[in-house]
Design a protein around this ligand. Structure first.
Ligand code: AMP
Length: 195
């Protein structure tokens, strides 16, 4: 299995790039944000629970998010591997993911981070908000709060994967195609040593 964590702050382009990479490498793309939004739209119990956190740009509690992620992975028994997009976002999520995959005799091959300066991210999110309909993309206060959550809880994961020699930073500024090409270079190298 080749499991990849696509990492980066909100607006870095994780979802856009995952769409290309999942086809190229035949991987299942799991975006925890998308799963939450699907549940909100369908007014499930999980959706109701997640909504107030998401509306304000706060992280949904770990326990809820981790259980949901595991269920998504287990729904795809025939998968050749996964692209995790928006997960893990806390150290506790990263530890749970490692344990969960270890039970399946698998692991994270690498975390690939899209590195983009914050001023560009705000611009991208506000632009996306015009078409995505996402309230958390339309309000600069909510956007800033998402960055603050990222800085205080998520950014440390760089260190978590670096210690395992699994962190790969990629410049996320430029054309979509150029960035895809850079990501593919990293993934092709990962393939040499991953399970
Ligand atoms: P995203 O689509 O990745 O930008 O996520 C949108 C929102 O969903 C976030 O601001 C959080 O409220 C929630 N969310 C998505 N993934 C996670 C996660 N791994 N842990 C906690 N909350 C999450």
């Amino acid at each position: 299995m080749k499991n990849i964590v696509l990492f980066g702050p909100p607006g870095a382009g994780k979802g856009t790039q995952a769409e290309f990479l999942k086809t190229k490498y035949d991987l299942i793309h799991i975006s925890t944000g998308d799963v939450f939004r699907y549940n909100i739209k369908n007014e499930t119990e999980l959706g109701l629970l997640a909504k107030s956190y998401m509306d304000n740009g706060n992280l949904v509690p770990d326990e809820v998010t981790i259980d949901m992620l595991k269920a998504e992975v287990d729904r795809n028994t025939a998968a050749k591997g996964f692209i995790f997009d928006g997960f893990p976002r806390t150290e506790s999520q990263a530890e749970s993911l490692d344990l969960f995959l270890a039970h399946k005799h698998s692991e994270i091959a690498g975390m690939i981070a899209l590195e983009v300066p914050e001023n560009l991210l705000v611009e991208r999110l506000l632009n996306r908000g015009k078409t995505s309909g996402r309230s958390d993309d339309q309000d600069e206060v909510k956007i800033r709060n998402r960055f603050s959550e990222y800085e205080s809880k998520t950014a440390i994961l760089k260190n978590y994967y670096q210690i395992q020699n699994k962190y790969f930073g990629v410049d996320g500024v430029g054309s979509i195609e150029d960035i895809t090409a850079k990501l593919e270079k990293v993934i092709n190298r990962l393939g040499k040593s991953s399970k």
